[in-house]
Design a protein around this ligand. Structure first.
Ligand code: ZN
Length: 110
């Protein structure tokens, strides 16, 4: 992949990383431990614990995506980005645009 394309994906990934960081800091408020006296009834405390569980799962997904994107940035620096490590072919740009942290080409990912 030439430098121009690499830089294009670097900024694409940078934007996504920023979005995720914003979401993660916004969600910190939702994943605070729930105080026992937060709800009057037992059910609503269970509800808020379920909500918290969902927020934690979403957070975990975002964190792993963030990690994958950071790995992609390392590959951009090494200029190995966009090359499938299995078959050594270039990954289709449409695939990378949809999923900038993709490691394998569509054939090897199947
Ligand atoms: Zn491949």
């Amino acid at each position: 992949m030439n430098k121009d394309r690499l830089e294009k994906f670097r900024s694409l990934i940078g934007t996504r990383v920023e979005e995720i960081n914003n979401k993660l800091s916004a969600e910190d408020a939702d994943t605070e431990p729930i105080a026992p006296d937060v709800a009057i009834g037992r059910l609503s405390r269970l509800d808020s614990m379920q909500m918290q569980q969902m927020a934690l799962n979403a957070k975990r997904r975002l964190k792993s995506e963030l990690q994958n994107l950071q790995n992609a940035l390392v590959r951009i620096d090494k200029e190995t980005y966009g090359i499938c490590p299995f078959c050594r072919k270039e990954i289709a740009e449409a695939r990378l645009e949809a999923q900038p942290d993709a490691i394998l080409c569509i054939n090897c990912a199947r």
